[in-house]
Design a protein around this ligand. Structure first.
Ligand SMILES: Nc1ncnc2c1ncn2[C@@H]1O[C@H](COP(=O)(O)OP(=O)(O)O)[C@@H](O)[C@H]1O
Ligand SMILES: [Mg+2]
Length: 303
């Protein structure tokens, strides 16, 4: 997070949003004791002492109008771990991912990535929104893979992957293209460098999107149902690329209904329902011996 930290530190105070937009820190701190013990998610993935959490989500609450979509979410993710988030439609899974890179602003609570507050800085007892360019710098450190690929249709596979590193000045144009070719080879698309998205299958497009997410060498990549838009026969090739990525040291948070992937690749499975983390733990425990009736009910539908 060096670049992001630098950018955030460089922000003059005068650029900060007015104090009226600030969130009182007191509201942001989760009141753990107020959560009924039976509803509280056991913290099973606590990071070992002396290691900074890759992602720390504390007391994150988010409403759209009267609809409370995230209701005090706490989650800690170890560096290099794969966390799979499962749960019914509308549970708040996408909103949770989007708060991690501040595409959604929490109403209360905070997110830290590698120890750095995302989207805000603390000033005395308030969180103040960072200026847009500081948020963009933080976002560049976090890869995001969407269900709908979101590739540029007028750019080739290679140009899609090379675009961000070249545009952010992280690499020269030729370095960016060289690295893009390497990444596309890694995801099995060495023969598609010059293909436009419209000429690629959904599975191939999603593999380009994964290569693109890796292009800025993020320590963290978020996946929001990356295989949900694919024909069934194309799901496997995308999951295979994600399995390769797991265990390479990159921290992955994956929202998916692919329980087989969760079983094979996840260090932690998180079950969300109605804006809360209901249960979390190693895949064998959560998937095979769920403690909560809502987890059991959900799994009985998807397994
Ligand atoms: N931008 C938005 N405006 C209003 N409601 C939203 C918005 N984004 C999500 N929601 C609502 O929040 C709830 C959770 O959505 P989402 O996080 O997409 O759930 P999931 O990904 O688990 O299906 C849903 O009821 C959805 O309609
Ligand atoms: Mg979703």
């Amino acid at each position: 997070m060096t670049a992001a930290t630098g950018a955030a530190d460089a922000v003059p105070t005068t650029d900060a949003v007015p104090i009226t937009d600030a969130i009182p820190v007191a509201d942001a701190v989760p009141i753990r004791d107020a959560v009924p013990v039976t509803d509280a998610a056991p913290v099973t993935d606590a990071v070992p002492a002396g290691i900074a959490a890759a992602v720390e989500i504390r007391g994150v609450t988010k409403s759209f109008g009267a609809n409370r979509v995230l209701d005090g979410v706490d989650l800690t993710v170890c560096p290099g771990h794969v966390t799979v988030v499962i749960g019914p439609s509308g549970a708040g899974k996408s909103t949770l991912l989007r708060t991690i890179n501040h595409l959604e602003k929490p109403d209360a609570g905070y997110v830290r990535v590698n120890g750095e507050l995302i989207g805000v800085r603390q000033q005395k007892d308030h969180f103040r929104e960072l200026p847009e360019r500081a948020i963009l710098a933080q976002r560049a450190e976090i890869g995001f893979v969407f269900q709908s690929f979101n590739l540029f249709p007028h750019l080739t596979a290679l140009e899609n992957v090379a675009a961000a590193p070249a545009a952010t000045g992280r690499a020269s144009k030729s370095e960016a293209r060289e690295r893009a070719a390497e990444l596309l080879t890694l995801v099995g698309l060495a023969d598609k460098l010059d293909a436009y998205p419209g000429r690629l299958s959904g599975g191939q497009q999603q593999r380009v999107a994964i290569a693109r997410a890796m292009a800025l060498r993020p320590g963290l990549i978020l996946f929001d149902e990356p295989t949900s838009a694919l024909d069934p026969e194309l799901v496997g090739e995308v999951l295979a690329v994600m399995k390769d990525l797991a265990g390479t040291g990159t921290t992955l948070i994956v929202v998916t209904h692919e329980i087989g992937f969760a079983r094979e690749a996840a260090d932690t499975v998180v079950f969300m329902d109605a804006g809360r983390i209901v249960e979390q733990g190693p895949p064998r425990r959560v998937l095979d011996h769920p403690e909560h009736p809502r987890t059991r009910e959900f799994l009985s539908k998807v397994l």
